[in-house]
Design a protein around this ligand. Structure first.
Ligand SMILES: [Zn+2]
Length: 151
């Protein structure tokens, strides 16, 4: 997997629209998203979480690949093997970014009004974006803590 470059919005004022969720763990674990400003597509994959923050590794994706795959998945194919084959095809065209995406859900009140904030953060020298599937990662908040990021 080659290294991708984030669009300028990602590093300044990121706002991602979630297009299609491909895996869940309480909330989003893996999804196709796009930058609301320039429509660059990104795949996000869960690497750690706390009660309010989720950290994702993030990769750029070619728009045509996302469009074709989402369309195919939305057809609701019962063929699980085909769906996973398609997702692995998508991952082959993904280019991993050097930083991670943080997503914070913040409740304004006791109700269901949640605001979502995205923050893209580069890693400190020597740190690496976890490559494993979230199922085999600790997901105990320690990676997020190690980022020392004020979200
Ligand atoms: Zn953008």
């Amino acid at each position: 997997m080659s290294q991708g470059t984030p669009c300028s919005h990602l590093t300044s004022q990121p706002d991602l629209e979630v297009l299609f969720v491909t895996d869940t763990y309480l909330s989003i674990a893996q999804a196709f998203t796009r930058c609301t400003a320039c429509l660059q597509h990104y795949q996000i994959e869960l690497v750690d979480l706390t009660t309010s923050i989720r950290a994702f590794r993030i990769s750029t994706l070619p728009s045509q690949v996302v469009a074709a795959t989402v369309q195919s998945l939305q057809k609701g194919s019962c063929d699980v093997d085909r769906a996973s084959a398609e997702l692995s095809f998508v991952s082959q065209s993904a280019e991993l970014l050097p930083g991670v995406m943080l997503r914070q859900e913040h409740s304004e009140d006791a109700g269901d009004n949640k605001t979502v904030r995205w923050v893209y953060t580069e890693l400190a020298p020597g740190m690496q974006v976890p490559r494993a599937d979230w199922r085999s990662l600790a997901c105990d908040g320690s990676f997020i803590k190690s980022l020392n990021c004020d979200i």
